[in-house]
Structures are given as C-alpha cells and as structure tokens.
Design a protein. Structure first.
Length: 170
C-alpha cells in the first residue's frame, strides 16, 4: 500500500531562510491551519462516554497537507484499503501528504503547535457546510475495525520517507 506525498522543491535553505516551491498540481482550494499548542483535530466526541475519536472524511475534496512549521501526526482510516490504518508523522521534508476522498483522518500536534498548508482539489459538489462535519467512531463498526488493525507508520528517517508496520520501537 502506497501513501502519496507531493514533493517540495527546495530552492535555498540557510540558518535564516528557507525558500521552496510547494505547488500541488490542479489545486483549487487553499487552507492554512495554525495550532499554537497541543491539540487534536477534530476533537474527541464529547457526547460519548468514555470519549470516542472523531475523524474528518471528505467526499468532494482531496487534501494535500504540507507542514510548514512544527510536526503533525495524522491517523488515516479507510476500510476500503487492504491496509486500512496508517499513522503519518508528517514533517516538511516529506512533502505534502495526500488524503484521498473517502479517507477518515484526524491529526494531533505537540506543545510547539504547527503550521500546515493544505492545497486541496475540490470537485463541483464541494460545500463548506458538508465537508467538515466530524464522524464519530461511536456508531461506525467499520471504522472501529479499521482502527483496531495494527497501523503502517510513516516517518522521515535519515533523509527518506520510512514505512514500517507495527508498534513503535521502545
């Protein structure tokens, strides 16, 4: 199973300046996500006891998330995939993480927060009113089953994107 990352093209990097091209072909939507400290997006379902994870799932938008500052961890769930559970420790060097239509996703970030640019591709049926409603695992056995599968983990390691299966090493 491949996850797609749209590469950045570094023009110049010095201790004081980082200049790069972050273009995503055919992008027609741009979102900037600023988190000033630790947070989870979307937040857990507060109506469920105990709290249950919630996810965004777009039907008319493909996301391309690029970390500009900090780090962000994404959890991706898609019961239609042979490998339905992925955890991506996204940082700028990896490029923009593509999140396909129909893929449930949530993200979290640490004390330092993060700055993310999402250059999305939206189809004609896209609506702000319907694309950003969180889906709770509470009433979704298919997503609960996908979440229970041991994840594939993606990270930046020694200048390359690394994929590994199973729990993180101690």
């Amino acid at each position: 199973m491949r996850r797609h990352f749209i590469p950045i093209h570094l023009f110049c990097e010095t201790p004081q300046v980082c200049f790069f091209d972050a273009s995503v072909p055919h992008s027609n939507g741009t979102d900037v996500l600023v988190h000033y400290g630790p947070a989870i997006s979307p937040p857990d379902d507060a109506d469920a006891q105990p709290y249950v994870e919630q996810y965004y799932v777009h039907q008319h938008q493909v996301d391309h998330n690029l970390v500009l500052s900090g780090r962000r961890t994404f959890i991706l769930l898609n019961p239609a995939w042979a490998q339905p559970h992925h955890v991506v420790e996204l940082e700028r060097a990896m490029g923009a993480l593509e999140i396909p239509v129909g893929t449930c996703h949530r993200s979290f970030f640490g004390e330092e927060g993060s700055l993310v640019l999402n250059q999305s591709i939206r189809d004609a049926a896209f609506s702000y009113a319907t694309e950003f409603i969180p889906v709770s695992l509470r009433d979704r056995p298919d997503l609960q089953q996908a979440r229970a599968v041991e994840p594939w983990r993606w990270s930046w390691h020694h200048g390359h994107i690394r994929r590994q299966h199973g729990p993180l090493p101690a």
